[in-house]
Design a protein around this ligand. Structure first.
Ligand code: NAG
Length: 405
């Protein structure tokens, strides 16, 4: 039988079948599409997940690498720190070595060049010394039994800067007041008085000072203050020493220094013609004359009358000398060079013959800006009051006994 011959009664069944099939087909198609979409999305998600996990991995690797790097850096920095420390300590030792070499160079320079103290020919020195001794036959009558000599400079303290390149400052020696005096410049007639060193250091400039007017201007930096009196050389051609009473504010005495044809005492400080010094024995004058023009002379002065008690020619040359002071009857001459180097004691002369130049230690001052314009010894404190380019400096001295050398 022909399928089409099936009568109309089978038509609805067929229709239904076809519809069902269509729905099925369609739904199958939709399902397949959905599946593909799902698959696609899944793949994409997987890929994204993969990538995310890759990133994750990479970031954590970077993080750990960074951490490692940081650790390495820290370790290296620590190493550098240690190296720096080592370098610094090495530099320190090199520094002290350079210092020592410098000192030795200085010393050698003065030994080989123009020698302020040690003459080229030893015999010459011996002759000179014997001449000096003959001339000073009359033994100096010591007033005290002090027998100290310098061993070294123990400490330095820069207190202040008032005034110009040249000047002098000191404490009143031999009086209980402890007053401090500033004589600024090489020719002036106004000095400044402070109650104590502390008052001086804590005040602005010279504002807190009591200014003292002198009857005449001074000359150079060689003044001394002893027992409430100022001793100074007056401006002018004649070498006139003035004794000024600091309590009454009047000049109480004066005298013309008896040396003829005087010269500046120190080659490096030509303004000073007479340098007055105070030690345990009293007042001294350090000076130079044309008769003995290469060398420095020394005189003991009676501080009460200004009379000269005794005079000596020292073997210490004037050339390259910058200052001097007296301790227990021994003069110490301090030398430097025209281009300021390190100040050093390089010539010593003892009026009682207990210390010779050979025994004397070569004492070096700590390195400074310039050169000393003046050095004043205070026997009570065993301090040197120094003026260096306007700076007021204290040097603490270490002493030893003359006979111990
Ligand atoms: C100190 O003296 C110098 C000149 O030598 C001068 O220029 C200066 O003003 C003076 N200072 C004081 C505080 O008197």
């Amino acid at each position: 039988m022909h399928p089409l011959s099936f009568s109309h009664q089978s038509v609805p069944v067929f229709k239904m079948r076809a519809l069902q099939l269509l729905v099925l087909l369609l739904s199958g198609l939709v399902g397949a599409q959905q599946q593909a979409l799902m698959d696609y999305l899944e793949r994409r998600l997987l890929a994204i997940e993969d990538r995310i996990s890759l990133w994750h991995e990479q970031t954590s690797r970077y993080a750990s690498e960074l951490r490692e790097f940081k650790q390495q850096m820290v370790a290296q920095l620590e190493g550098l720190d240690k190296n720096k420390e080592a370098l610094r300590s090495e530099l320190d030792t090199v520094g002290t070595r350079v210092d020592r070499v410098e000192r030795e160079m200085d010393y050698l320079e003065t030994q080989n060049g123009a020698q302020p103290c040690v003459d080229v020919d030893d015999k010459l020195v011996e002759q000179q010394v014997t001449v000096v001794k003959e001339r000073n036959k009359a033994k100096y009558a010591k007033l005290t039994d002090c027998s100290d000599m310098i061993s070294t400079i123990k400490a330095m303290k820069i207190l202040k800067r008032v005034g110009g390149a040249k000047g002098m400052w000191t404490k009143d020696i031999g009086s209980a007041t402890g007053k401090v005096y500033i004589l600024n410049g090489t020719e002036d007639n106004t000095m400044y008085e402070f109650g104590t060193v502390r008052e001086f250091t804590s005040s602005q400039g010279t504002s807190a000072a009591n200014s003292v007017q002198l009857p005449s201007a001074w000359r150079g930096m060689g003044h001394a203050i002893y027992n409430n009196h100022l001793y100074y050389l007056k401006q002018g051609e004649e070498m006139k020493l003035i004794k000024f009473d600091l309590q009454k504010n009047i000049a109480v005495d004066s005298t013309v220094f008896p040396a003829k044809n005087q010269l500046p005492v120190y080659g490096l400080n030509p303004e000073t013609f007479i340098d007055l010094a105070v030690d345990e024995e009293g007042l001294w004058a350090i000076y130079a004359t044309q008769e003995n023009e290469r060398h420095i002379s020394l005189a003991k002065i009676d501080h009460k009358t200004l009379d000269i008690e005794q005079m000596w020619d020292t073997p210490c040359v004037r050339e390259n000398a910058e200052a001097a002071f007296v301790i227990c009857g021994t003069i110490y001459v301090v030398y430097n060079s025209k281009l300021p180097s390190r100040s050093r004691i390089q010539c010593v002369f003892d009026v009682s013959d207990m210390v010779t130049n050979d025994d004397a230690p070569h004492v070096y001052f700590p390195k400074r800006y310039g050169t000393h314009a003046s050095l004043k010894y205070n026997p009570v404190e065993q301090l040197l009051y120094a003026w260096d380019d306007g700076y007021q400096i204290l040097y603490k001295l270490q002493m030893k006994k003359k006979l111990d050398v």
